[in-house]
Write a protein that binds this ligand. Structure first.
Ligand SMILES: Nc1ncnc2c1ncn2[C@@H]1O[C@H](COP(=O)(O)OP(=O)(O)OP(=O)(O)O)[C@@H](O)[C@H]1O
Ligand SMILES: [Mg+2]
Length: 283
């Protein structure tokens, strides 16, 4: 077990048109954790993620996988892509097979798994992601949210050690969002490291073990969600909005009786419980 499964060390990356998308950025992804990367449009999340599976190569600095520096040779990139699954922000960049079933089975078939294992595994993941009923549909005819779920299924089915998801729930309805986040939790409980980006601060706040805040190509803050999202300076600097659970909690903190609650709530259920307890102590 590695303490840090992925590392970026002082990386810099500019696009061909001169846009400096990543500036002297360092971060360490702890193994087995649920990690979130948040930041405004254009902050550099996608560019950073594409460094993790070798699509982008830093012009300065280095990326390490399990402590080993990426050398970008063919064999290493092949191992990397087997161990690191990435779900792209735009599902149209991910899906290419004729049918949904073919698309999701592409990875496992390529890995050379035995056919009975493939079939059982694919069916399980397709049912978990709500894509089973879509299995015979051509991928191009799916709705955006359906495409996202097919793209996620195609990565989950390969059981990579790390799953990186670039805005996985953007465009998903609340029910599917909940299902996907729960599914990512289940994979994480089995040891998979999950790294995701999202603009849904409430979802990140409730879900993540650790948060990185990226702004204009730099990591400007990192820490536990309750530390990062209660820091007004960070929120202001990164143009982020405080999660509503924290907003209400901080409002309630004005009430002295709440001081006895030492645990800061992370979820809807936790804040509702605090309010209910307050009601019962008031009555
Ligand atoms: N192919 C490209 N050529 C030139 N500049 C690019 C290219 N792709 C991204 N950029 C620029 O790099 C910067 C970082 O973009 P990136 O897509 O990584 O941001 P992001 O945080 O993923 O944003 P979003 O939340 O909108 O997905 C932006 O200024 C963007 O305009
Ligand atoms: Mg992006």
């Amino acid at each position: 077990m590695f303490q840090y499964i992925l590392e970026a060390k002082k990386i810099e990356f500019s696009y061909l048109d001169g846009t400096k998308a990543i500036k002297d950025l360092s971060l360490k992804i702890p193994q087995g954790k649920k990690i979130a990367v948040v930041g405004n449009n254009g902050a550099g999340k996608t560019t950073l993620f594409l460094h993790f599976n070798g699509v982008h190569r830093p012009q300065k600095g280095e990326i390490l996988f399990k402590g080993e520096k990426l050398s970008y040779n063919k064999t290493q990139l092949k191992t990397l892509r087997k161990n690191i699954g990435i779900v792209f922000q735009d599902p149209d960049n991910q899906l290419f097979s004729a049918s949904v079933y073919q698309d999701i089975s592409f990875g496992p078939v390529n890995l050379g798994w035995p056919e009975n294992k493939i079939r059982a595994k694919i069916e399980k993941v397709m049912k978990q992601t709500g894509t089973w009923d879509l299995r015979d549909k051509p991928t191009h005819s799916l709705s955006h949210g359906q495409k996202k779920r097919v793209a996620i299924a195609g990565i989950l089915v390969m059981e990579p050690e790390i799953i990186i998801l670039d805005e996985p729930t953007a465009g998903l309805d609340p029910i599917y969002t909940g299902q996907i986040m729960k599914l990512l939790d289940d994979f994480n409980k089995n040891g998979t490291t999950i790294v995701l980006s999202s603009h849904n601060i409430d979802e990140i706040y409730a879900w993540a073990d650790y948060v990185f805040v990226i702004n204009a190509g730099e990591i400007i803050a990192q820490g536990l969600p309750e530390e990062v999202f209660r820091n007004e300076n960070i929120l202001k600097k990164a143009n982020l909005i405080k999660p509503w659970v924290l907003e209400i909690f901080d409002e309630l903190m004005g009430n002295t009786e709440i001081a006895e609650y030492t645990k800061i709530p992370r979820t809807r259920e936790e804040i509702i419980n605090i309010i209910r307890n307050l009601h019962s102590t008031c009555n």
